[in-house]
Design a protein around this ligand. Structure first.
Ligand code: DC
Length: 213
């Protein structure tokens, strides 16, 4: 099983790189942030205070959440529902970092993410993929860009998302914080186009011996 782990802060361009790579390699693309968002949406939907760690952990423990690979994508179901339309809601953006900071939530979701590897090759993006979820993979990338550039990208997408606060929370939490994983190739794309970023990523992976690019 080959896993390409792509980590980095919000709006760094991880998703477009991950999607293109998975398509090129003919493997499954997993956006792990979507799983954290789906659970956050369920917490809010159930009327649970996202700041109440005990209540959130207990709820997520009982929550039937699944992720299934199909057609090159990874499909999430929460209690039988497709959470996709709600994943980028302002309320989800505002609370996802809090919910994902809870160690018990991370243990549950990390197990689901690792399980995705049993079905075959993956490109997985997130915050702790190269450091915690698949630390053994030789194919680790950390995509970064200056904060102003990332904030401008999000704003251009028309989304209300406090990128700065999420990054701060995601990097400073005790459990699996956002960090450059050991052995990762760091690519700062502040001044690169999407095409240039993808080319830099392919070059880095080819230099590590990944075939098929
Ligand atoms: O990739 P994203 O911006 O959609 O992720 C949303 C949030 O999910 C992010 O702010 C922190 C959390 N997350 C995480 O804690 N660990 C991951 N591997 C992926 C996302």
């Amino acid at each position: 099983m080959t896993v390409i782990a792509i980590d980095g802060p919000a709006a760094s361009g991880k998703s477009s790189v991950a999607r293109q790579l998975a398509e090129r390699l003919g493997c499954v693309h997993v956006n792990s942030g979507a799983l954290y968002r789906a659970v956050t949406w369920a917490v809010l939907n159930a009327g649970i205070n996202p700041g109440d760690e005990t209540a959130v952990a207990g709820f997520v423990h009982r929550l039937p959440v699944t992720m299934t690979a199909s057609g090159g994508g990874a499909w999430i179901r929460v209690d039988g529902h497709d959470p996709e339309p709600y994943l980028r809601d302002q309320q989800v953006n505002a609370h996802v970092s809090t919910v994902s900071s809870y160690p018990e939530v991370r243990v549950l979701l990390t197990a689901i993410l690792r399980g995705m590897g049993e079905g075959g090759d993956l490109v997985m993006e997130g915050r702790d993929i190269g450091s915690v979820v698949f630390p053994e993979t030789p194919y680790k990338l950390y995509i970064d860009a200056q904060e102003e550039v990332r904030m401008a990208r999000r704003a251009a997408q028309g989304e209300a998302d406090s990128v700065r606060q999420r990054d701060k929370a995601d990097s400073s939490r005790g459990s699996a914080p956002l960090q450059v994983p050991e052995g990762a190739v760091v690519i700062d794309n502040s001044e690169l186009s999407a095409e240039e970023t993808y080319a830099a990523v392919c070059a880095a992976l080819a230099a590590r011996g990944l075939a098929g690019l």
